[in-house]
Write a protein that binds this ligand. Structure first.
Ligand code: HGY
Ligand code: MN
Ligand code: MN
Length: 435
C-alpha cells in the first residue's frame, strides 16, 4: 500500500489540473486548443514536460519521433541500473482541433505524479525507484493524427511499426511528413531509433478520461479498460459534374454533395443496426464550393470503430455495397483511400487485474467491483500493445463529452485516479517480485 497522506494526493491532483490549464495555453489558435504534431506548440509542450520531468530527478530525452521521455532508473543497492526494463506510463500531448484540455494530457501528467510519489533518493542527490523495474513517463507526440490524417504516429515509432510510405503524407498546406520532421529538427533517417525492444519493457499503463458517459451514468469515478476499439479510417471522393445551379434541371444533375450526404446517412443507418459499431462522417467538403454551382466533387471522411475487427470489416463491406447503389442511382463515381487501420487491442489480463487492485486500494466508490469498459476511443496503448502488455485506467468524464472544449474531469476523480494508478504500479511490482 502507498503510505501517502490524502493531502499529498489532493495536492498532486491540483497540480495536474493546473498543468492542464498551463498546457491549454500552448496553442496555435488563441481562444481554442490546437496543438498538432511537429508544430512549434509541440516543441513548447515537450520543453515544459521535460522541465517537469527533470524537476523529479528523471533522465529526459526527446526520441527520434518527437516523443518526450522521462526515466527513473531502478535502484540496485545504492546505485542506479540504467538498463533495467521499464514500466512505461504514458499518453499524448497533441490535440484535435478546438480540443478539450484533458484528452491524453491528464494521463501524462498523472504519470509524472506517480513518478513523484514513487521516486526514491539514492543518496547523492539522484533519484530512482525502489521497484523491480525502472519507471518511464512518455508524452507521445502524435496520437490524434490531426495534422497528417494518420493517428498514433508517435507510439507507432516506439512500437517499431513505422511505415516508410508515411513519409509522403501531407498536411493541409501540402507539407510532407518528411519535410515536417526536418523543420522540427528531427532526422527521418533515424526514425528506427525510437523503436523499443520488448525485452526493455515490463509493460505499459495509461490513464485517460473515458470520452463517453458510462462512468458518469454509473456514478463511479474509475474503470478498468478491457480492450480498445478496432478502427479504420477512410477518405472518400465522390465525383459528379459541376454545372450551373440555375440552368440545370434535376434530371440532368449529378450532384456529388447529395451523393456524399446520402452516404453519410447510410453510415448512420447501417452502423446503428450493427451492435458495437460506430461510424462517423466528420469532414465533408464540396467542390468547387460556389453558391451557384452544382457540386461536381465531394470529399468526406469516415471513421469506423468496433469491439471486434470482423464486425467492423463486415460493416465496411456492407457500406461499400450501399455506396455502389447510391452512387449508381445518382450517376456518380466514388473511391476511397484507407488512411488508418488498427486492430482491436486487448488489455493484458494481468494488467487488468493490477488496475482493478489499484482501484480497490484507492477506496474509490465501486472500488471492489469497478466498471470494466471497452474503449471506443483510440489510445497510444493500441500501438504499444505490439511490443508489450498494456493496461488502462479510465477516469469519469462528466456527460461523456470529449474532443470538445467542454471536456472535463474533476480534481477529486483525478486524485482517486492518481492513487489507483500508484497502487496499480505497486501491485505490478509485487507480482513481478513474486515471479
Ligand atoms: O479518435 C480517437 O479515438 C482518439 O481520441 N484519438
Ligand atoms: Mn482524442
Ligand atoms: Mn486521447
Amino acid at each position: 500500500m502507498l503510505e501517502v497522506s490524502p493531502d499529498r494526493i489532493a495536492a498532486a491532483a491540483r497540480r495536474v489540473m493546473a498543468r492542464c490549464d498551463e498546457l491549454a495555453r500552448v496553442t496555435a489558435t488563441p481562444g481554442r486548443i490546437e496543438r498538432v504534431y511537429l508544430s512549434p506548440e509541440h516543441a513548447r509542450v515537450n520543453r515544459l514536460a521535460a522541465e517537469w520531468m527533470r524537476e523529479l530527478g528523471m533522465r529526459t530525452r526527446q526520441d527520434a519521433a518527437g516523443n518526450q521521455i522521462g526515466r527513473l532508473d531502478r535502484i540496485v543497492g545504492d546505485t542506479l541500473d540504467p538498463d533495467a526494463p521499464a514500466l512505461i506510463i504514458g499518453s499524448h500531448l497533441d490535440t484535435v482541433l478546438d480540443a478539450g484540455r484533458f484528452d491524453g494530457i491528464v494521463g501524462v501528467l498523472m504519470g509524472l505524479e506517480i513518478a513523484r510519489l514513487l521516486r526514491t533518493p539514492v543518496g547523492d542527490g539522484r533519484f530512482g525507484v525502489a521497484l523491480p523495474f525502472a519507471l518511464e513517463v512518455v508524452a507521445f507526440s502524435d496520437e490524434e493524427g490531426t495534422r497528417f490524417g494518420k493517428a498514433l504516429l508517435g507510439s507507432s515509432a516506439v512500437a517499431g511499426l513505422w511505415d516508410e510510405d508515411w513519409w509522403a503524407l501531407t498536411d493541409a498546406d501540402g507539407t510532407s511528413l518528411r519535410q515536417a520532421f526536418l523543420e522540427f529538427g528531427l532526422d527521418p533517417a533515424r526514425i528506427g531509433e525510437a523503436a523499443r525492444r520488448p525485452d526493455e519493457l515490463i509493460g505499459y499503463l495509461e490513464a485517460h478520461i473515458e470520452q463517453g458517459p458510462e462512468l458518469d451514468r454509473r456514478g463511479e469515478p474509475l474503470a478498468v479498460v478491457s480492450s480498445i476499439a478496432s478502427a479504420r479510417r477512410f477518405q472518400l471522393v465522390v465525383e459528379g459534374e459541376a454545372r450551373h445551379a440555375g440552368g440545370t434541371p434535376y434530371d440532368m444533375r449529378r450532384d456529388a454533395l447529395l451523393g456524399a450526404s446520402e452516404a453519410a446517412l447510410a453510415v448512420e443507418r447501417i452502423c446503428r443496426d450493427e451492435h458495437h459499431i460506430i461510424g462517423t462522417v466528420g469532414q465533408l467538403e464540396a467542390y468547387p464550393g460556389a453558391v451557384n454551382v452544382v457540386p461536381g466533387e465531394a470529399r468526406f471522411s469516415l471513421d469506423l470503430r468496433g469491439e471486434f475487427d470482423e464486425t467492423r470489416d463486415h460493416v465496411w463491406d456492407e457500406l461499400s455495397r450501399e455506396l455502389d447503389a447510391i452512387m449508381g442511382r445518382r450517376g456518380l463515381r466514388w473511391s476511397s483511400r484507407e488512411v488508418h487501420s488498427a486492430a482491436a487491442v486487448m488489455c493484458a489480463p494481468l494488467l487488468q487485474d493490477v488496475v482493478r487492485e489499484g482501484i480497490g486500494a484507492a477506496d474509490a466508490p465501486g472500488g471492489t467491483d469497478p466498471a470494466v469498459i471497452f474503449s471506443r476511443a483510440g489510445h497510444d496503448a493500441m500501438s504499444i500493445g505490439a511490443i508489450t502488455d498494456v493496461g488502462m485506467l479510465f477516469l469519469r468524464n462528466p456527460d461523456g463529452i470529449s474532443h470538445h472544449p467542454g471536456e472535463s474531469v474533476s480534481a477529486p476523480d483525478v486524485a482517486l485516479g492518481i492513487r489507483a494508478l500508484a497502487e496499480s504500479v505497486l501491485a505490478l511490482a509485487a507480482d513481478v517480485r513474486v515471479r
